[in-house]
Every structure is written in C-alpha cells, then in structure tokens.
Design a binder for this molecule. Structure first.
Ligand code: ZN
Length: 296
C-alpha cells in the first residue's frame, strides 16, 4: 500500500525547523501539486534552492513562510504558509502542476505518500485560518501540531475522518461496485464514513445495507490506511453475506454493484490502495480462508 515505504521511514513528529536549500517544498494550488516526472516515471518535488529568490533579505523573509511538516528518512518536507487563501504560484522549469488524485506511481510511492499527507495538512491549515468559535485569527503552536485561539483558547487539531472499506464475501464471490459520480471510475469495494455515535463495525453493517440492501455477519478487521487526499483513515473489513444476496442499489451513491467470482476479478492489488490490496488478498483463496476463518 502507499504507506508501505520500507526500508524508508516516515517521521511525523512535530518540530520547528528552518528551511534549507536542499529541503523539499510541497506547493499546492487547489488540488494540484508542483511536481516533475522523469522519463522513467519517477516523481520529484522541487528543493527550496530551486525556487528563485532575488536577494539575501528576500531569502530570509521567504524562509519564514515555510513550515516543516515531516521527514522521510533524512529528507525534510516543507509547506508554504499560504494559509487563509489560495496563492497562485508560477512554475519552475521541468516542473508542472499535477492533479493529486493522479499520483499513483508505484516507482515513487514515498513521494505520492508525502504529497497526500502534505495535502491533508495544507487543507487543515487553509481551512482553519480563523477560530470557528469566536472568529479571531488562529495562531500556530510552537510546541505541537495545533492551532489555538488567543481570544477564547479554542484548540484545533488536524482532522482525521475515519471511514470503512468493506469486502462483502459469499463463498467464492466478492461484491464490487462503481461510484455514481466520482473521479474514481474503476471497480471498488463498498465504503463509507463512520457516523457519530457508531462503532466501525456498525458503520460496516449500515453502509452495506444502505448501498446494496444486504445484511452481513462475521465482520472482521483487516488493515488500515491513511488517505490524506480526503483526510481519511480507512479501516478495511471483510464481512460475510447474511441471508439473500439480491442487490437493491442505492443509485445516488453507486452506478453498479455486482458479485465477482474469485477467478474473474476485474481489478487486482496495485500496491497503492487498501481497496485493491483487499481484492488481491481475496484472490489468494487459501491464505484468505485461513485468515478469515480464524477466531470467527
Ligand atoms: Zn476563538
């Protein structure tokens, strides 16, 4: 999956660091990121030194506008503090603006992962410029990843929205669907946000019933995945059909939902998404059944 970047290590501990010429800069404009793609498909983010700044005084002023966000191994990543409004930047030779939802290159998984994580923070900083309680300007904490209000002491932490992905299985078949009106047009497993006051397992039951009218049992947790583009923490579950397999489609949400035989899956593990890894795991009949039938 996209977060599996071993042997590289992702360090998300909050720290105050000054930007240096070799530091990587992640610039967003809307849902686009400034990136370079080489002929071998590898992706590269600009180093701070590649951005042109005119004189020494300007450089010093400029460096104050960048915020350290995380590291991967020794590589430090910074965000431009264009908070409160969207800033249109120019481009650097060799780089272009790319829609973040298209960044799925397995060759540069750690860059895609870094961009997704940075986007989650970018959105959080951008959308929390003012205090939601009293309307005053929020201040960036120096000691933790938190924004606080000097007027009413409101504290605002990064948003992480839990959502479930569900592989509904019935003997040698698994249920797959396509969304009605989203950018992602390929087959996916059922998915939905965790609502207030419910457990993730209750979300699984509710979402499956709402989207396809089916009941499930033996709900078993598989793995999770951070998905920064939508500020999600995805929780993957497999569940077994309970009763009739006749689908009643929620046409507002889904364009199609079908049962697929393990031998005839329309999509496989792409090494990026939890959904696709779950499809790939279901394909491995022996390993899947051994895991699923344990402690159930
Ligand atoms: Zn306030």
């Amino acid at each position: 999956m996209i977060q599996d970047i071993e042997p590289k290590i992702f360090y998300n501990t909050f720290a105050k660091k000054a930007i240096e010429s070799q530091s990587k800069v992640i610039l967003f404009f809307g849902r686009n990121v400034l990136i370079r793609q080489d002929k071998d498909n590898t992706l590269h983010l600009p180093a701070y030194g590649e951005l042109s700044v005119e004189n020494d005084a300007a450089v010093l002023e400029e460096t104050k506008k960048y915020q350290y966000i995380f590291s991967i191994d020794n590589e430090e990543y910074f965000l431009k503090k264009s908070f409160g409004k969207e800033e249109r930047f120019g481009t650097i030779e060799g780089y272009h603006w790319e829609n973040i939802s298209k960044l799925r290159q397995i060759e540069s998984k750690e860059i895609c992962f870094a961009v997704m994580n940075a986007f989650q923070l970018y959105i959080w900083y951008r959308d929390n410029y003012f205090c939601g309680r009293c309307g005053k300007k929020l201040i960036h904490s120096d000691t933790q990843r938190m924004l606080f209000c000097p007027e009413c002491q409101n504290m605002v932490f990064p948003k992480v929205a839990p959502a479930v992905i569900v592989g509904v299985v019935h003997q040698d078949k698994i249920l797959m669907s396509k969304y009605a009106d989203r950018e992602y047009k390929k087959y996916a497993l059922l998915a939905g946000f965790v609502e207030f006051g419910e457990t993730a397992e209750q979300t699984v039951q509710r979402e499956v019933f709402e989207e396809v009218g089916l009941k499930v049992k033996h709900i078993k947790y598989y793995k999770s995945q951070p998905w920064g583009i939508d500020s999600n923490l995805l929780l993957g579950y497999f569940a077994e059909l309970d009763g009739s397999g006749e689908i009643t489609l929620d046409r507002q949400e889904l364009a199609v939902a079908e049962w697929f035989d393990r031998e005839k899956m329309p999509a496989h593990n792409d090494g990026i998404s939890l959904t696709r890894e779950m499809m790939g795991f279901f394909e491995e009949k022996e390993a899947f059944l051994k895991w699923y039938n344990q402690n159930i």
